[in-house]
Write a protein that binds this ligand. Structure first.
Ligand SMILES: [Zn+2]
Ligand SMILES: [Zn+2]
Length: 104
């Protein structure tokens, strides 16, 4: 594992997520929603207790997911895409549909 994000699926809600180990060497397992946020959306996510991250895309290097520390945010709008922790709805559509199938 590295801070190189990989496309995964949330085991609970089956939503596509970006999985990465952020903040080496003592990395944190992060599952982030793969949707870039506006400043207002990021603020809402942080007020919601979710962390936000910078998705650094580079034409030649592998993408990286890095923590947005207070300094990084204070230094103004960066050129990175901003994503936040995956907001899990906890519902599993696949499991739900099989449950419905068994009802009828
Ligand atoms: Zn950034
Ligand atoms: Zn989920």
């Amino acid at each position: 594992m590295s801070d190189r994000p990989r496309a995964r699926q949330c085991p609970r809600c089956q939503a596509p997520v970006l999985a990465a180990l952020v903040g080496n060497p003592c990395g944190l397992n992060v599952r982030a929603d793969p949707y870039p946020l506006s400043l207002a959306q990021e603020l809402a996510a942080r007020l919601d207790g979710r962390f936000s991250y910078c998705l650094r895309l580079h034409p030649f290097l592998p993408p990286r997911l890095i923590t947005r520390g207070p300094e990084h945010i204070a230094s103004g709008r960066c050129a990175h895409l901003v994503v936040a922790d995956h907001h899990c709805t906890g519902t599993a559509p696949a499991a739900l549909s099989t449950e419905l199938d068994s009802l009828f």
